[in-house]
Design a protein around this ligand. Structure first.
Ligand SMILES: [Zn+2]
Length: 474
């Protein structure tokens, strides 16, 4: 059975969640500038962005929605109202409009996001690879600076055995809430094989905030219901096709974020918390003859959102059009907070781009280099690595396969954002240059912690859990 079929038949209606909780989250009203009560966040300016580093009361919540492509968010121009709460966050914060993730497969992408290194340098490329203990991970930096650190996650690729728990005092995959466990026992909801849902992540987050909201904290939430196409009756607004289910699940997860934002507001945390919103990769719906993700590196699986919600509201919100990448995410956060950074990262702070974007004659940086990578044989123990690289440089995007460099594809993103018209034969010179850059990229120096990538032996239970996510691992 293909991954696509599996998803549609397993698509989950999470009927049993309390209706009041869902409705509470559908539209989060807290950030309305026109509220009669005192606003939860003051208004701020770009100078306030630059002086965040002087504050000693700032928390960070990093929300990652797995498998979320940028063009399905209202804030990124989607015509369906899938993300009312995130749109509000973007409208009063900072949105990066041309953002790239470093892979289309969770583990490879997340290793880059956390370390600030491209996949060619993390060398976390195959299903048994792990992040080395010697790597400096952001949660370690936060912990060493006195933050309470907690990660709540639901994707086995970022389990502690792959090195992703480093620095977290609590790194926890939630159990399903009691009413859902009962449903599982009764067998009334056959799509519940994953156990918990993202509502359990949000409940755990609320518990963490109640216990530790008075301390300085770094809280990481990794949500999975969009990956699993899970939604409720209330969010089943967009039809019955495969791609409609995806939108239903985005609306569902957005409604949960509404609940989280409301909890932050109630606890008086909105004016002392930096909210970072991102994804690890997108999802394909036939754009290049495939569905799902973790198979190639075209735009539909590597163009993801990045939104910052600041502890004050900007009016209007900023839109940064200079190309940005997930490797820039933690260099940016540490720059904003004035904390020590990562070891020799490839990513750079986006704070200078944010400052430039305030200017009325702002023109995005034309160079805009980015790389994404996937080893196309990552799940096959008996096959040689077969790297595929996407390389952005200004208007151009190269799709390079090390197994067949002569068949590279070249797209003009300014004219052809969906990468449909291959200009490789017409633009021989550009092609040659970018092929060379892709080869140099693959030949990058090792990470600061050394050449060797730890390799795990996965037991059958772990392999089954990963297969349950739709991955063909051996
Ligand atoms: Zn993922």
């Amino acid at each position: 059975m293909t991954k696509n079929n599996r998803r549609v038949t397993d698509s989950r209606l999470l009927y049993l969640l309390p209706l009041s909780a869902i409705l509470a989250g559908l539209v989060w009203m807290g950030m309305d500038a026109g509220d009669e009560d005192a606003p939860a966040r003051p208004e701020g300016t770009v100078e306030d962005i630059l002086s965040l580093k002087d504050r000693d009361d700032l928390n960070v919540i990093f929300i990652l929605v797995d498998t979320l492509r940028a063009d399905r968010l209202g804030a990124y121009g989607y015509e369906r109202p899938t993300t009312p709460n995130l749109d509000k966050l973007a409208a009063s914060g900072v949105r990066f409009s041309r953002h790239v993730s470093q892979s289309s497969w969770t583990k490879c992408s997340m290793a880059s996001l956390w370390t600030g290194l491209y996949p060619a340098r993390t060398r976390v490329l195959r299903h048994r690879h792990a992040v080395a203990d010697e790597a400096t991970m952001p949660a370690e930096i936060f912990r060493d600076q006195g933050f309470r650190t907690a990660g709540i996650w639901r994707n086995g690729w970022i389990a502690p055995n792959f090195g992703f728990g480093q620095g977290f005092e609590l790194y926890h995959s939630p159990k399903p809430a009691a009413h859902l466990q009962a449903a599982q026992r009764r067998g009334t909801n056959p799509g519940m094989q994953m156990g918990a849902t993202d509502s359990d992540v949000i409940l755990s987050a609320e518990e963490f905030l109640l216990s530790h909201g008075h301390e300085r904290f770094f809280l990481y939430l990794h949500l999975m219901d969009v990956h699993q196409y899970g939604f409720t009756e209330e969010t089943a607004l967009f039809g019955t096709e495969y791609s409609d289910f995806y939108d239903n699940s985005i609306l569902w997860v957005d409604s949960l974020l509404g609940i989280l934002f409301e909890a932050l507001e109630k606890q008086g945390l909105l004016d002392k918390t930096l909210i970072v919103f991102a994804s690890d990769h997108g999802e394909a719906f036939g754009e290049h003859n495939g569905e799902g993700h973790a198979r190639n590196v075209y735009g539909e699986v590597t163009e993801t959102p990045l939104i910052l919600g600041l502890p004050f509201s900007l009016n209007p919100g900023l839109v940064v059009e200079t190309r940005s990448e997930n490797v820039d995410l933690f260099p940016t956060i540490f720059d904003l907070l004035g904390l020590p950074g990562l070891q020799d990262p490839d990513g750079q702070s986006l704070v200078p781009d944010m400052v430039r974007a305030v200017d009325s004659d702002y023109a995005p940086d034309e160079d805009g280099v980015a790389f994404a990578q996937l080893d196309q044989t990552w799940g096959k123990t008996d096959m040689e690595p077969r790297p595929m690289v996407a390389h952005n440089d200004g208007r151009w995007r190269l799709i390079y396969r090390s197994a067949s460099p002569r068949l590279s594809e070249l797209y003009d993103k300014s004219e052809d954002p969906r990468e449909q018209i291959n200009l490789a034969s017409e633009q021989a010179e550009v092609l040659l240059e970018m092929n060379e850059s892709a080869e140099q990229y693959l030949d990058s120096r090792p990470p600061p912690w050394g050449e060797d990538t730890p390799m795990l032996e996965l037991d059958e239970v772990q392999l089954q859990q990963l297969r349950a996510l739709g991955y063909g691992v051996q």
